[in-house]
Design a protein around this ligand. Sequence first.
Ligand code: GDD
Ligand code: MG
Length: 364
Amino acid sequence: MQALVLVGGEGTRLRPLTLTRPKPALPLVDRPFIRYMVDWLGRHGVSEVVMACGFRAEDLRASLGDSIPGGPTIRYVEEREPLGTAGPIRLAADEGLLGERFLVLNGDVLTDLDLTAHMRAHEERGAVASLALYPVEDPTSYGLVRRRDDGEVLGFLEKPDPSEIDTDEVNAGAYVLERSVVDLIPPGRMVSIEREIFPKLVGNGLYGLRLDGYWMDIGTPERYLQASWDILERRVQTEVADRVGESGLGIDEHADVDPSAALEGAVLVDSGAVVGANAKVGPRAVIARDAEVGEGAVVEESVLHPGCTIGEGATVRGAILGSGAEIGEGATVVPGAVVGEEARIEAGVVLEPDARVEPGGVAA
Ligand code: GDD
Ligand code: MG
């Protein structure tokens, strides 16, 4: 089976992290975010993945490569202009990359939904297009899907008005499509599959299947952090499970954790990372490769990307720190902060809540 993954969004809500690398290449726990999706596809028998990149395909390729050992091969298609959520399907098909039946995935979700059941239902129903459905509390920021009990879709409403909501099932961004859908997509321009294509398919072979499991859009700092804890605490099936114990604690054999440091709850200390004397890490934290937590520092509910350094006695709570960021001695990073790559917070500085520090920037 082939899969096309839509990864062209700009990831604006995860700035400043996405100013220096595309969202799919951002580290999530211990690997590039998009790797979870490729592993998930591989577990469901996908052998070829096409990454539909709006921009910076090379950056993504640098972090993901051209194949996963024992998993799918990966190709990259770059658009000259953004083509929306359907245009890239047309482009890839015109370039000869897609066969008679294929999967299309929104590339910004972390999920373990049962794709095998999804493909089986598509086949059994003789569908032209099948949507994975997932229940959410507030469908307004999603595509609302109305369906009959047998799965036939009765209506597709992208970003519905609160007054239009009469079901909790939304489009989870995982489609099985027959080749004939490609003919409905006009070439060479931006086309939204949700607004232009699915409405046309209602009554013409469009089906939906509600799937159980884990599903989360990681596009905001709060959800990015929650997804990190869900991975460590194994609420979602991922390959990271092999690296952590029951409580979600994982210390790489090449990490250096001082015996007097206190590690609590779901915490990963990755290869080359250092945790100094009397430091307190957790509940919930990711100390990525080669990051350093100084003596007596506190890191709680926070993610440190590779190579960050936290000075002695500094406090970091509820924050995401981009690769190579430096927090000075005794500085305080408060919840909601997102610090860009290689940025520096000087000693003793107290950041404002929800602060954003530009890549390479200095907070003094
Ligand atoms: N290649 C490419 N080119 N990809 C794009 C483009 C583009 O021009 N525009 C968006 N994408 C990618 C995004 O990177 C993302 O992975 C996916 O297409 C969906 O776009 P979003 O901008 O994230 O849409 P959304 O989250 O508001 O809504 C979509 O996802 C919901 C589920 O999370 C819709 O499909 C909804 O119906 C759905 O419920
Ligand atoms: Mg999205």
